[in-house]
Design a protein around this ligand. Structure first.
Ligand code: SF4
Length: 204
């Protein structure tokens, strides 16, 4: 069995550290947004944010965490979820409104504990149907700053719709480069441009 080098171990440690920092950023946002979120009328089973809104944007680092969770699912669930992710990608490529692939039949989230920041920031103080979520302006501004922060944290990665980023991570060449800490936007341009992926390092 080949022995993996110091470079690989260093990049794995860096990735682990980034995951921890991401968790810390989530926790800090929850604490900072608490005073706004206490007015939310959201409840389990209300799936408006998971079915009727446009993109569910994630950063590559969140994609890695979600991908690992999916790969650890037992069969046949893993196969079913992968099929839903692929279908979501096809639908979104046609600009269709598509149900999130992680929304279960009972209208709860399969990956709730590791859901991406775009899901964590959303709530509403009024019924969403027909007009979308009503969020405090201060909370939206807070979330905007957090998005910038997590993009800076994931400075060798990209941001975009969940099934597009997961597809990118399924490309062995990209995954290897990303996991080793490498950065080469030219290599993903063919997929990234038409799928409107943002290069985190250059995001404003
Ligand atoms: S990841 Fe979970 S919370 Fe986020 S849109 Fe999908 S089902 Fe909803």
């Amino acid at each position: 069995m080949p022995i993996r080098g110091i470079g690989f171990r260093t990049s794995q440690m860096r990735l682990k550290e980034k995951k921890e920092r991401l968790k810390g950023i989530y926790e800090r946002f929850e604490a900072d947004a608490l005073e706004f979120k206490k007015d939310a009328i959201c409840k389990i089973g209300c799936t408006y944010c998971c079915t009727d809104v446009g993109n569910v944007d994630i950063i590559t680092l969140e994609g890695i965490i979600i991908r690992d969770r999916v790969n650890g699912l037992p069969q046949p669930l893993k196969r079913q979820v992968k099929k839903k992710i692929a279908q979501n990608r096809l639908d979104k490529e046609k600009d269709k409104i598509a149900r999130c692939p992680f929304l279960k039949e009972d209208d709860t989230c399969l990956i709730y504990d590791i859901r991406p920041f775009s899901c964590r920031q959303l709530y509403s103080i009024r019924e969403c149907r027909g007009r979308g979520p009503t969020v405090h302006r201060q909370s939206t501004e807070l979330a905007r700053e957090v998005v910038k922060e997590i993009q800076r944290l994931d400075d060798t990665g990209y941001s975009g719709h969940i099934s597009f980023v997961l597809h990118l991570l399924d490309m062995p060449g990209f995954r290897k480069l990303y996991l080793s800490g490498g950065f080469d936007p030219g290599k993903i341009a063919k997929f990234g441009k038409p799928h409107r992926l943002t290069i985190n390092r250059f995001a404003r």
